[in-house]
Design a protein around this ligand. Sequence first.
Ligand SMILES: Cc1cc2nc3c(=O)[nH]c(=O)nc-3n(C[C@H](O)[C@H](O)[C@H](O)COP(=O)(O)OP(=O)(O)OC[C@H]3O[C@@H](n4cnc5c(N)ncnc54)[C@H](O)[C@@H]3O)c2cc1C
Length: 550
Amino acid sequence: MKTERVETDVLCIGGGIAGLMAAIRARELGAKVVVAEKGATRYSGAGRIGNDHFWCYIPEYHGPDLDAFIKECMLTQLGNMTSNLGPRVVRTWLENSYDMVKLWDSWGIQMKHDGEWHFSGHSFPDRVMTHLKYKGANQKPVLTDQALKSGATIMDRVMIFELLGGPEGCTGAIGIDTRQDRLIEFRAKSVVVGTGAVVRLYPGVTPAVMGNNQRQFSSTGDGRAMAYRVGAELVNVELFTRHAGVKNFCRAGQATWAGVCRDPEGRPIGKYIEEPDIRFGDMIIEVDKQIFERYRQTGRGPVYMDCRGLTDAGHAYLMEGLRNEGNIGLLEHLKEEGVDLKKNALEFSTYELRYLGRLQTNEKTETGVPGLFTAGDESTFSISGAAVFGWIGGEQAAQYARQAAPASGEGKSAKMEETKHLIDALQSRKNGHDWRDANFALQHTLTDYAGSIKSEATLTAGLAHLRRLRQKVDTTLRATNRWELARCLEVRNLYDLGELVFAAASERKESRGMFQRSDYPYTDPLLGGKLLTVKQVDGKPYLEWKDVPR
Ligand SMILES: Cc1cc2nc3c(=O)[nH]c(=O)nc-3n(C[C@H](O)[C@H](O)[C@H](O)COP(=O)(O)OP(=O)(O)OC[C@H]3O[C@@H](n4cnc5c(N)ncnc54)[C@H](O)[C@@H]3O)c2cc1C
């Protein structure tokens, strides 16, 4: 196997929105920057073919009172989504959001509508509008060009598999070329992890098609797993949520749908709107994510998204939003099937369990491991989270790199040898298990023992199964080509995360939201405002309850 060494000041892992923003900012501050991206930055990640809503506070639009704006946002799903980040992170986010909007606009991502800041979606009628409607279809090529223009080096088709950690903190990483026989050691003074969200831990709604997920197929929590292995703290790994949208077409981006959710008799299932309205959409989807599932389970469903009745201009606005949101495949399918949103309502449903655990961080994007920063879906959520904290992460990493000593080689050759040995084993086995088998077994185990229904008994039994499966994964997993090699490494990361789900679910002795334990069916008020954290100590998960940072 060929090996290679790359030296840099700042290594950005993941060339999604967060990683590219970090790279641009770190370069602006004079750092030497390398972006290592598993796919290709022009087309990769959750923002790959576009998004259309950007959470932001624009004083000239919202007025001068940021606190009042934050209070209003907390009435929407943002309240739940930000509750474990703490007020300092939320404030920093919003204080910087307008600057990001202006930057993107100046780079050629269309942030205005007819020359104006225009807000729609994710908001209740007659309340403050929280999300800027923008045209994000070109955001990845624009950010890629901007990163290249700034002088960052982008290495596409490189999957980072291990961080290099030690007493001096995080000093680099090890990656594989996903196309060629090449192992790369990155030596860096600081590292920004921006590898996105986690899919493939729980089964999708169409289990025969593993790629039908709300995020891209290869977003497998690599960053969280690697960071955990070098001592970073994760939070709330046992929690999950569910999203809703067009049945069988798992796509995030519910707010683009400007119709009314109706039962089969045409009655609205929520109380917020009765006729489609491009300004708000139907907020029942945000208020109650499980409503579609309940309608189905109680025989009242299916539920339909009904956009009929929009004006021609409203319909054009909807279609443009869907295109910018990256719903090209769905739109093609509707065309092929002769479905016209002016005439037909579309069936909606609840999607798969979505993992909510994340890397613990603060308003400076620090992880607690010196030299290791994180941004985007690894630690917050959404496009604006990725943009703002990517930018701040790049800034912090560049400043850290300025005072850090050049990374020493200590312990690195041993880690490289270990990784080489692992990859050789995966590639040389003549018989063994395919990554799909291992992934499906993991999904079944999580669903059956740590999914919607669980108790100490199921968690104990499930963890025993998982450990047995893990041993098989370690000794029999087999890759017959480079593509499968990347999948095998992803599956190993998913197993690490799966084991943490069991440990944390066992520690959370209560029920809260979608986290339900049959042996503790009540919500423990003493755990309100607390985070369940986990980090690796002496090779084992160490769990601790902590207050949400103030
Ligand atoms: C259909 C859809 C619509 C959405 N609409 C909106 C919206 O309108 N508004 C909004 O705010 N949010 C929206 N989101 C969410 C938003 O896209 C994400 O929150 C955002 O893109 C996260 O950015 P990120 O940089 O953290 O992750 P990503 O953009 O997912 O980037 C992560 C990158 O890391 C790479 N990577 C992963 N693992 C490795 C590894 N081991 N080594 C190297 N590289 C790796 C990936 O290939 C990827 O390029 C939507 C998401 C989807 C899927």
